[in-house]
Ligand binder design. Structure first.
Ligand code: ADP
Length: 294
């Protein structure tokens, strides 16, 4: 019911007392290796919630690739279009300081080699999906080609503008919804503002609908019917890593099952809140039978 087209990364995390200056060496904690990447996170989150989920992506033929494949398989994601590239998988090199702040370098690796020709072979899977979800950690031409293929086959296109990058108008017009946080909204519009104003202005740029996530303050949904506010359940936030991916995955699943956008966003906010209660990204995602915060 949901297909995710996107990135698959190994997150390599080291705790440091402070970051090294140029030319300096510092010692850090043991290395921890976690499955990540926005695409894989979304696919795992939607599958954990009980969705039938496929992924179109690329990993390398290295050890990370095997780990990433296993994590997706463990969640029950269909891997028939998880392609293997000679060379390294995508990795995110993450240092975490004692204050909990992250510094991240992403090496796209195999993700950069997911090309429009790969979309052609995945057409049957895209055509069978109700909703196809995109983020921007793979080449934009591939996003464009797959979104066009999905829309032509009657699937609904959901696109998370993360990491922020300019979108071709033709791609923007397919988004239903365009999912952004406040930073991504400001990036696209070139200015900041109140969330309701940002939502209306984004809608004016051409997507079919807009969803702005506001962390603990919930989300705003904007479409032809107007702007609707959705609240976040009150939870103790332990780690927000990957919460946006859990939110978008839950949204896609409910849209695939026929919810309207506001109802899907209400459910997604509960799933996002569940994901911030536990550390990590994929490790924090709730199962279908877990009681969600309300
Ligand atoms: P991003 O992580 O992409 O910047 P947000 O910070 O808006 O996006 O978080 C995405 C979603 O995660 C929110 O819409 C909400 O559902 C959930 N979330 C994030 N932080 C909290 C929080 N402190 N309390 C409850 N839910 C949260």
């Amino acid at each position: 019911e949901v297909v995710v087209v996107g990135s698959v990364n190994a997150d390599l995390v080291i705790g440091v007392r402070r970051r090294p200056a140029p030319g300096e060496t510092v010692l850090g904690s043991d290395l921890a290796t976690y499955p990540g990447g926005k695409g894989a996170n979304q696919a795992v989150a939607a599958a954990r919630l009980g969705g039938r989920v496929g992924i179109l992506g690329r990993v390398g033929d290295d050890g990370h690739g095997a780990l990433l494949r296993a994590a997706l398989a463990g969640a029950g994601v269909d891997l028939s279009h998880l392609l293997v590239t000679e060379g390294p998988s995508g990795v995110a090199l993450i240092t975490v300081d004692p204050g909990g702040d992250n510094s991240i370098i992403v090496s796209p690796g195999a993700n950069a080699r997911l090309v429009p020709a790969d979309v052609d072979r995945a057409r049957p899977m895209l055509a069978a999906a109700s909703v196809v979800s995109f983020q921007l950690e793979i080449p934009i031409e591939t996003v464009e080609a797959a979104a066009r293929a999905a829309a032509d086959a009657g699937a609904r296109v959901v696109l998370n503008l993360s990491p922020p990058a300019p979108l071709p108008d033709g791609l923007l017009a397919l988004c239903d919804p365009l999912v952004v946080n406040e930073h991504e909204a400001a990036f696209l519009l070139g200015h900041r503002g109140g969330p309701a104003d940002l939502a209306k202005e984004l809608l004016g740029r051409g997507p079919r609908s807009v969803l702005i996530t506001l962390g603990a303050d919930g989300a705003l949904v904007a479409d032809a019917a107007g702007v609707t506010a959705v609240s976040s359940p009150k939870v103790e936030a332990v780690d927000t890593t990957g919460a946006g991916d859990a939110f978008t995955a839950a949204l896609c699943l409910r849209l695939a099952r026929g919810d309207d956008l506001a109802d899907a966003a209400r459910y997604a906010a509960r799933v996002g809140a569940a994901a911030v209660r536990r550390p990590g990204a994929q490790s924090s995602y709730p199962d279908a039978d877990e009681e969600l915060p309300a």
